[in-house]
Design a protein around this ligand. Sequence first.
Ligand code: NAG
Ligand code: MN
Length: 454
Amino acid sequence: MVAPDFSKSQTSSSPMAKPTLRHKASACLADGFLFLGGALVALLLVWTLWSFITPSINPSDFDSINAQLNPPSDVSSSQSCHRGPSLAYDPPDVTFYDDPKLSYSIQKPMKNWDEKRRQWLNRHPSFASGAGERVLLLTASQPAPCRNPIGDHLLLRFFKNKVDYCRIHGYDIFYNNALLQPEMFAYWAKLPVVRAAMIAHPEAEWIWWVDSDAMFTDMEFKLPLERYKNHNLIVHGWAHLIYDRKSWTGLNAGVFLIRNCQWSMDFMDVWASMGPQTPNYEKWGQILKSTIPDKLFPESDDQTGLVYLLYKEKEKWADKIYLEAEYYFEGYWEEIVTTFDNITGKYTEMEKGAGELRRRHAEKVSEQYGAFREKYLKDAGNGKGSWRRPFITHFTGCQPCSGDHNQMYSGGSCWDGMRKALNFADNQVLRKYGFVHPDALDPSVSEVPYDYPA
Ligand SMILES: *[C@@H]1O[C@H](CO)[C@@H](O)[C@H](O)[C@H]1NC(C)=O
Ligand SMILES: [Mn+2]
């Protein structure tokens, strides 16, 4: 299979933002400023009047200020200026969805996907603006109940963690628990889901696969998408381990970011062709085992398959695959969970000297406080040995659902590690709701005292 050159179409301006839309948006912005200007004058007026009448404003007075700021006549004018995606608009124009031959199945090749996506966006202009940065988070677990008695509870908490992260950053999330291609079980099951999600979400530029046993442990950190503008697949990985050592742990396939484009469709066809749904599954097991010497088991698996494609077909794929090693794109839990206490200490210390980080705020504006924090994290480093919160902690080998954890570690260390990481992450969220888990392992909470300014 030939990898088409998408370096032009898929790098700088694939999101197809239309200049007309931008003009519309700035017109809205101008209206907003006019409105705000007027509102400010009104507010000042009310404020001045009030300060004459009463020495101070009590909370119920905000109602009357609100009425001044939002007179009924402004409601219609703000509605006429459209903002945000139109969720109820799907014109009758024919799109790829109307093609009876188009299949969501990973076993049917997709052609001209970039053009199809572009057309859909053209017909849904409210999604075109911001399309280049739009991310859909994808995760999944098995259709049946977990064998581990606490497995489903753990999966629920892992999922809650992802929902929290997505809500804070305005990402959509899809949780799948059906095997879309029944023969593609276990780690192979994600590929058919990613393929289907690409078609279901032409408005999203990126599909972000995050394993069910991985969780966000820095709720503020954002993917540096600008860094990936020339790439289509981003994985946590190390070139020397792949190309010099041919190691199956040269990357981790449990978390990846893949661009919603034809290159990715083609790449996934090749990747999936090593899977259990093909007659070549056994043969691929042998090829992978003989090429990648440290592979542990004889069956073909997605991670070794990805290492193999990078190693053997480097010239075909590698220039579009970004091996991210600068931060915990995902990180090994055993190396991470022991660092939480020190990191919590460092962050507490940091906040003592930074009132802006202690200020209460609405959860919706959390990203601003993440940006504030960056200047205090300049010396923190990233990844191993850093005191920055690790971005994603991956409980590889712990198998929360089946309970068949790797014999290298005790079930207790997995379970304690997960509880610790879940509280560590939840504290970053709960705080916006006024509460905190004071103890790293205990689910109980206490109220966060008011501590600003100081
Ligand atoms: C935590 O910090 C202390 C004091 O700086 C240090 O001695 C210890 O090694 C750190 N622990 C970890 C796990 O990094
Ligand atoms: Mn995993």
